[in-house]
Design a protein around this ligand. Structure first.
Ligand SMILES: O=C[C@H](O)[C@H](O)COP(=O)(O)O
Ligand SMILES: C=C(OP(=O)(O)O)C(=O)O
Length: 374
């Protein structure tokens, strides 16, 4: 009897069993992922929170393009590992952000995904239990819920996007995004930025290569076609229209800082020549402080003096800041031993310093405005 094409593809066919024995040789397990649409339905964004998201996006885009002469400040913990402590931080930051709003647009850094140099805890979405239990659906739910709570305070939030599927679960709540140093060269992340709905800050590469970030801004501004996961959780082919609001974040490198006036001006020139917004953000942490949180105030002090003196290409600052200064090591499975409000990834300045540094930046903007007001 003749055999139809569908019959030849059945599970018992020699071709299928050959394929099965060749595939998934290194997949240890597979679990279902909640569809993005379902999570958004379970944890919806209301109209007042949506207005905060839009305000943050518009402000960030206008500051980076120079239409708005304030500074953008992306401020918060290196990573969120305890949502209650992160929310307490947000309750302190929100009134300060409102008070300084004429000079500084404050966006809270709420990072759930950590790119690791080698190995380590990869963030709250990947492992919300901090114990290697990898309850990813719970991580996504906790992340979305925290973002909604923070935005409901009237405070816009910023996240790093690392996994290309994760944005589907949270991007409607995010006003500013980042592509990190380790992924600035990555085509996958440039494609992702081209379709994201908010301004994206792209870091210079870990070795200090700024052109990698400038190239990423250029690639992200273009349209791309690529595969991803849709609202229903099914794979799909996406065509993006390109993101005109991407910009460079200078974060220093293993060779030292790169927030000096010459590097900022050179980066702004490269961006302008390529037809992109010229505003540059400076990350006061990472390579610019040698990961020593006590040096972040030195970076901010230098930037504030330059802003006050009229330097225009500095569009904003990133601070790694939490309730308690410094950092601590996480021992997997022993979260109860952690000091509340202290980072388990990179070291942060504490709340008192954060408040001082934001006021210093606001003062610098007031001086810059005064010197340019006719
Ligand atoms: O911002 C956080 C860290 O610098 C980044 O995730 C790399 O961390 P690691 O070098 O400790 O892995
Ligand atoms: C990982 C980060 O920074 P970078 O990509 O600059 O190392 C970060 O800002 O959390």
């Amino acid at each position: 009897m003749p055999v139809s094409a569908s019959q030849t593809a059945n599970a018992d066919s020699p071709a299928t069993s050959a394929s099965q024995s060749l595939r998934d040789r290194r997949i240890a397990s597979r679990r279902p992922l909640v569809p993005p649409e379902l999570l958004r339905e379970e944890l919806p964004i209301d109209s007042s929170a949506a207005a905060t998201v839009v305000r943050g996006r518009t402000d960030a885009a206008q500051i980076v393009s120079g239409v708005d002469d304030r500074l953008l400040a992306v401020v918060g913990p290196c990573s969120v590992h305890d949502e209650d402590a992160a929310f307490e931080y947000a309750t302190r930051l929100a009134p300060l952000a409102a008070e300084l709003a004429d000079e500084v647009c404050v966006v809270m850094r709420v990072y759930f995904e950590k790119p690791r140099t080698t190995l380590g805890w990869k963030g709250l979405i990947n492992d919300p239990g901090l114990d290697g239990s990898y309850r990813v659906n719970e991580g996504l739910r906790t992340a979305r819920s925290l973002l909604l709570d923070i935005v409901s305070l009237g405070l816009p939030v910023g996240c790093e996007f690392l996994d290309p599927i994760t944005p589907q679960f949270i991007d409607d709540v995010v006003s500013w995004g980042s592509i990190g140093a380790r992924t600035a060269h990555s085509q996958v992340h440039r494609q992702l930025s081209s379709g994201l709905s908010m301004p994206i800050g792209i870091k210079n590469a870990p070795d200090g290569n700024v052109q990698a970030a400038v190239d990423a801004v250029r690639a992200s501004a273009a349209s791309h076609v690529f595969t991803g996961v849709g609202d229903d959780g099914l794979a799909a082919i996406f065509t993006t229209s390109g993101n005109p609001d991407c910009h460079v974040v200078l974060r220093g490198s293993s060779a030292g800082p790169n927030y000096d006036a010459a590097t900022v001006a050179d980066t702004a020139r490269r961006l302008t020549e390529a037809g992109h917004p010229r505003g540059v953000l400076i990350d006061a942490s990472h390579g610019n402080s040698g990961k020593d949180h006590r040096k972040q105030p030195v970076v901010v002090g230098d930037l504030a003096a330059r802003v006050a003196a009229g330097e225009r290409a500095i569009a904003g600052v990133m601070l790694e800041s939490f309730l308690v200064e410094g950092r601590q090591d996480l021992v997997f499975g022993q979260r109860q031993a952690l000091t509340r409000g202290q980072s388990i990834t990179d070291a942060c300045v504490d709340w008192a310093s954060t408040e001082k540094l934001l006021r210093q930046l606001a003062e610098a903007v007031r001086a810059r405005k005064a010197s340019t007001t006719p």
